[in-house]
Design a protein around this ligand. Structure first.
Ligand SMILES: O=C[C@H](O)COP(=O)(O)O
Length: 271
């Protein structure tokens, strides 16, 4: 996959062999639920019950991310339309890395997705852009799709660095020549996560538009057009519909509200 990406960008014949699609592609809405380090068997049963009882919605990709000990249990009990993601993984398949899980293990559980670069991994556990990029490359090469999180801290926004920070975080994987068809970008301003301070639809749309323009310039117009950019940060059933009306917001990554039955309203926010 890296080979094709390089050919597309570096071949002098790229427009002959890899023409860019002329038409704009419709992006399927994507709603992720990140349970973070919350839950036990009883609460997982409760979440599974409201998800399984929800009406099927073929217009939305729904992916929930339980803590690692509950991945297999959630997968075994959720209906087919709700996929399961791991919240993190390491950059190699196996080895002496106490406490880590690998994409190979995620795949072995029959799962397809992992969240990487979440702000809590970046800022609580000190993961660097470089490490997150290595993890992303390894996950993709292992056949696992990636919800790749980016986002600025409050002080970075107030200092006028929002664009620089988000572009720097993205550049780390652009530099690796990743193939973008199995990546969803989650823009999650750190100041909005778990704070109840949602970015306004206009604030979120502004950054999503920047991110799409960045992809157009640094990768290709086709990738910019096709890649889903979802928003995370205090999304609730009350604010999801307005956020979801913005043209560059292709879904949500939901934390706290994904633990409650109203998560189903967020899944259906654009229906
Ligand atoms: O991954 C999800 C985000 O960190 C958002 O969390 P939140 O909805 O609790 O603010």
């Amino acid at each position: 996959m890296i080979f094709e990406s390089h050919l597309r960008h570096f071949s002098p014949f790229k427009h002959i062999f890899f023409p860019e699609p002329a038409e704009t592609m419709a992006r399927k809405f994507f709603v992720g639920g990140n349970w973070k380090m919350n839950g036990d068997f009883a609460s997982v049963d409760g979440i599974v019950a409201f998800l399984n009882q929800s009406a099927d919605n073929s217009n939305v990709d729904v992916v929930v991310a339980p803590p690692a000990p509950y991945l297999a249990y959630a997968k075994a009990n959720l209906k087919a339309g709700v996929l399961v993601a791991a919240q993190n993984c390491y950059k190699t398949a196996k080895g002496a890395f106490t406490g880590e899980i690998s994409p190979a293990m995620i795949k072995d559980l029959g799962l397809e997705w992992v969240i990487l670069g979440h702000s809590e991994r970046r800022h609580v556990f000190g993961e660097s852009d470089a490490l997150i990029a290595e993890k992303t490359v390894h996950a993709l090469e292992s056949g696992i799709k990636v919800i790749f999180c980016i986002g600025e801290k409050l002080e970075e926004r107030e200092a006028g660095h929002t664009k620089d920070v988000n572009f720097r975080q993205l550049q780390a994987i652009v530099d690796k020549g990743v193939s973008w068809e199995n990546i969803v970008i989650a823009y999650e301003p750190v100041w909005a996560i778990g704070t109840g301070k949602t970015a306004s639809p206009e604030q979120a749309q502004e950054v999503h538009e920047w991110v799409r323009a960045f992809l157009k310039e640094k990768v290709s117009p086709a990738v910019a057009d096709a890649t889903r950019i979802i928003y995370g940060g205090s999304v609730t059933a009350d604010n999801a519909a307005e956020l979801g009306k913005k043209p560059d917001i292709d879904g949500f990554l939901v934390g706290g509200a994904s633990l409650k039955p109203d998560f189903v309203k967020i899944i259906n926010a654009r229906s």
